[in-house]
Design a protein around this ligand. Structure first.
Ligand code: SF4
Ligand code: SF4
Length: 114
């Protein structure tokens, strides 16, 4: 057992290798693809984002001026944000908090450009 003394002393005086989550949160990595948000003032309801979404997480309802986004279907690929020519979609580095219930996020679009 005396051969363990070095390891025990080292562990006693070293900082822990893990974070004290949730008190210490990790910064997002550069280029992280997370939460999706819409700037309704820029959107012209062209439907491109819904058309390219591989997870079918976006539904446009032009007659109601609504964009419906389902975060539980979204795979955070960023294709919608890259495709939008109006730059109406922003992808943030942080993920949305987990949800207990299945609820879509709905964005109202009031500023038609056509
Ligand atoms: S968010 Fe962009 S791609 Fe989607 S409907 Fe609006 S303008 Fe078109
Ligand atoms: S990030 Fe990808 S999966 Fe999520 S809404 Fe945009 S295109 Fe669809």
């Amino acid at each position: 057992m005396p051969w363990m003394i070095g390891t025990v002393l080292k562990n006693l005086f070293s900082t822990p290798p893990t974070r004290r989550y949730p008190y210490e949160k990790r910064e997002s990595f550069a280029g992280s693809r997370g939460n999706i948000t819409w700037d309704a003032g820029r959107c012209d309801m062209c439907n491109d984002c819904a058309r390219v979404c591989p997870a079918r997480a976006i539904t446009l309802k032009p007659e109601k001026h609504l964009i419906e986004y389902d975060p539980l279907k979204c795979i955070y690929c960023g294709t919608c944000a890259e495709t939008c020519l109006q730059h109406a979609i922003t992808q943030h580095p942080l993920y949305a908090a987990p949800q207990a219930e299945h609820a879509s996020r709905i964005t109202e679009v009031h500023h038609y450009r056509y």
